[in-house]
Design a protein around this ligand. Sequence first.
Ligand code: NAP
Length: 268
Amino acid sequence: MNPATIVTGATGSMGAAAVEALALRGVPVIMACRNLAKAEAVKAGILSRVPGADLEIRQLDLASMASVRRFADGIVPGEVLALFNNAGVISKGYSVTEDGFENTFAVNYFGPWLLTCLLLPKLPADARIVNMISLTCRFVPLDEQTLHPSEKDFRQLGTYARAKRALVSFSMELARRNPSLFVNLADPGIVASDMIDLGHWYDPLADALFKPFCRKPESGVQPALRALASDRRNRCFIGKSDREIPGRYEDPDMDARIWATTQKLMEF
Ligand SMILES: NC(=O)c1ccc[n+]([C@@H]2O[C@H](COP(=O)([O-])OP(=O)(O)OC[C@H]3O[C@@H](n4cnc5c(N)ncnc54)[C@H](OP(=O)(O)O)[C@@H]3O)[C@@H](O)[C@H]2O)c1
């Protein structure tokens, strides 16, 4: 049995595109999805185009740390070679999860953090970990307080950007602690997906004007696919190339503090 790649958010625009591209290469995929009915429909579509694809759906709600733990418990050592932390959300309003985390942070940061750390002992030492970031995170600062935005501090895009910035910090610290892993970032650019509908009254107009200029999901996911197959580490895959992670993100002391704070919160 060939080891599988886990794709989180496999029901989404780029997640489904990633699963299909991996299936075409003969890679077995574990589709880690919140909505099982939607996942079945995505799987059926892919199987109709890639007959014989080795796809397995498993339930994962990244907003629930209990669900993350259940998913990780179900993974058998040696079963998985690569993890693509693709799922993400831009929450339309402030809400708090069952674990007490702001929802955008739970899905984009705390969930992937816990999932990755729980899976590490079951992955090979040279596993591929690819974390999906966003260009928005280059504009925001990070500190321990950032991990817990209050309702007053919540901003749709600002909170999303900070959660992705925290994911960058996690990736860099993960790589420092596990030098044999291949940890990379992927930035898809701006992609025409449901995610960029922010729930404003003018969205249909913005869609008509803006979406034709956005990348298609199949194109937006290419950097992540290259990262999953790469022999390079600690790089940011963007467009057709990969580059060093920009120096503005280099802050090992901060990364270590954010890690320690998160570890405590996760009781890990
Ligand atoms: N679109 C862009 O322009 C853009 C730009 C930069 C970065 N990104 C990043 O790229 C990734 C994929 O985005 P996309 O554009 O493909 O968005 P999308 O089509 O909205 O897909 C998002 C995926 O995340 C899943 N998800 C949301 N909440 C979840 C939860 N609580 N637990 C588990 N899965 C959850 C969704 O599941 P459901 O189907 O159940 O909702 C869906 O499968 C995200 O990390 C996003 O932040 C996107």
